[in-house]
Design a protein around this ligand. Structure first.
Ligand code: XMP
Length: 518
């Protein structure tokens, strides 16, 4: 695969390292994040970065075993940008001084003013005489390394922007990648320009490369792909189909926990629009029977995960000569599994996926999206001609409605839930809010309440509406619907959905809540 010019981000554990990658990808620059432990001389030799960024991080350069890049990084003769802890690392390694942050820690908004001297990194940046930036550091640089000069200061950071122009080394104390440094993208733009990047990381180029790579990997063998109806697996399937045509077969497992019309929509999109061989495995009875009487969330998830693998395997066995399994793994999943901190240490929920399958079945993996972020997958989907209505769909979890039905799952409850969810989403669309919301759904609650309709008493289920905004699902805030919208939606659900007589709106953020109810 021609990999264009590559920028290496060395991760020292900052919470916002991924945002650096986002800013760079927006500039059509290909970059990869690697935790500092993995960056050896041999790695650098192989990766051949055209430029390097040293991320921020929670450590202190004084700590035992403080995270450090290999010393050879400074001999690569490529531009380097150090951010926050990355700045301290540069100064520490190159002969400057860092001081412990007793009483000088600085967090939050600050304003940087330029020095008289001009720096190409700052071209077009100081449109006014000062720029807002976001600081978040404990220790600070007290003496800059030989060869460096100061180009910007803030009241608490005399070395806010420093550079050694001859070596194209830049070091800033603040975080240009975050939202609260409003013009931060300009800094990255200047950095990649002066490093000689041409902005050749486009979706068109990615698609061509990915197709060539899939053909090279698969040859004349067969591939199977589990389709969930979500964006990732769908884009992966369409891309692979473009590469190898009928050598691909998709398996769509309908576990009876899908939303209204979901199975038909997915199946017809693949069969009618793309003519991709598709097995529609209707296994609702199997899943729902097995889930009867199960109310513990983790047992539900594990039961569904296990059945999914069994069913997938059953159908995959009917495809002769399949040697590969396609998955819609994304870049954040890849980073998470090798991240500085080693990823989440506590299992909050067992996420449903097809992990374990490849080894069990002796299959090799095809993961054509492993270098992409979610919004890049959407852009690739558009490039491949998937309908916008499909690409813009809200995320839907693998265990489906099971985790939106706290307590015991019954077919009755699922029917009621499907209808309520359809009315809610219809309302959201009618009010032009669908694309403003990251994810919205209804959960049916395991409680009945008394109501009065007409002159009759009702004793029906209560439901909760959920709508959140989020960037990546890791944190989320509830969507601020108007009272009119909520009132109108509650009235519609109660009037149109038999079985529900009370509607509530969930205003919990994540954390402390999670997005799904189970
Ligand atoms: P939580 O509830 O953990 O959800 O805050 C975060 C995001 O992940 C989705 N989700 C899942 N997606 N398999 C998936 O593919 C799962 O098991 C699963 N559980 C939660 C959830 O819908 C939200 O977008």
């Amino acid at each position: 695969m021609t990999h264009h010019d590559r920028l290496l981000i060395i991760d020292f554990g900052s919470q916002v390292t991924q945002l650096i990658a986002r800013r760079l990808r927006e500039l059509n620059v290909y970059c990869e994040i690697h935790p500092f432990q993995n960056v050896s001389d041999a790695f650098l030799e192989e990766f051949k970065p055209k430029a390097v960024i040293l991320s921020g991080g929670p450590s202190s350069v004084f700590a035992d075993g403080a995270p450090m890049p290999p010393a050879s990084i400074f001999d690569l003769k490529v531009p380097i940008l150090g951010i926050c802890y990355g700045q301290q690392v540069m100064m520490h390694c190159l002969g400057g001084k860092v001081e412990r942050g007793h009483g000088t820690a600085e967090f939050g908004r600050a304003f940087v003013t330029p020095k008289d001297t001009k720096l190409s990194l700052l071209d077009g940046w100081f449109e006014k005489d000062k720029e807002q930036v976001w600081m978040s550091h404990g220790d600070h640089v007290s003496e800059i390394a030989p060869g460096f000069e100061v180009y910007g200061t803030s009241p608490n950071a005399p070395f806010a922007i420093t550079a050694d122009i001859s070596r194209k080394f830049f070091a800033v104390q603040f975080h240009p990648e975050v939202h609260h440094t409003p013009n931060g993208k300009k800094l990255y733009e200047n950095f990649v320009r002066l490093a000689g990047f041409t902005g050749d990381w486009t979706m068109g180029a990615y698609r061509d490369d990915a197709i060539a790579k899939i053909r090279g990997q698969v040859g004349d063998k067969k591939v199977i792909c589990g389709l969930s109806g979500g964006v990732d697996s769908s884009v992966a399937a369409v891309l692979i189909h473009e590469a190898i045509g009928d050598q691909l077969t998709c398996v769509f497992v309908d576990h009876g926990l899908l939303r209204q019309n979901e199975a038909d929509e997915v199946v017809s999109m693949f069969r009618d629009n793309y003519n991709i061989p598709l097995i529609h495995a209707d296994e609702a009875d199997l899943f729902l029977n097995e889930l009867e009487g199960v109310s513990d969330p983790e047992t539900k998830r594990k039961t569904i995960g296990k059945l999914f693998i069994d069913v997938f395997q059953k159908y995959a066995n009917t495809i002769e000569g399949a040697e590969f399994l396609a998955q819609g793994t994304l870049y954040p999943d890849v980073i998470e599994s090798v991240s500085f901190s080693g990823g989440p240490s506590v299992t909050i929920k067992s996420h449903h996926n097809v992990g374990g399958l490849p080894e069990k079945m002796g299959l090799k993996l095809v993961e054509p999206l492993r270098e992409l972020f979610k919004d890049e997958v959407r852009a690739l989907g558009r490039e491949l001609g998937l309908p916008d209505s499909f690409i813009g769909r809200h995320p839907f979890p693998g265990p489906g409605l099971a985790i939106r039905c706290p307590g015991e799952i019954t077919r009755d409850k699922l029917d009621i839930l499907r209808k309520a969810d359809a009315v809610y989403i219809d309302q959201i669309r009618k009010h032009g809010l669908y694309d403003e919301i990251w994810q919205a759904f209804v959960a049916i609650l395991p409680v009945r309440t008394v109501g009065v309709m007409g002159d009759y008493r009702t004793y029906d289920y209560a439901c909760a509406l959920r709508a959140v905004n989020s960037v990546d699902g890791m944190t989320a805030d509830y969507f601020p619907f108007s009272h009119e919208f909520l009132g109108e939606t509650a009235t519609r659900i109660i009037n149109e959905v038999q079985g529900i007589n009370r509607v509530t709106y969930d205003i919990t953020s994540k954390p402390p809540g999670t997005i799904e109810w189970e």
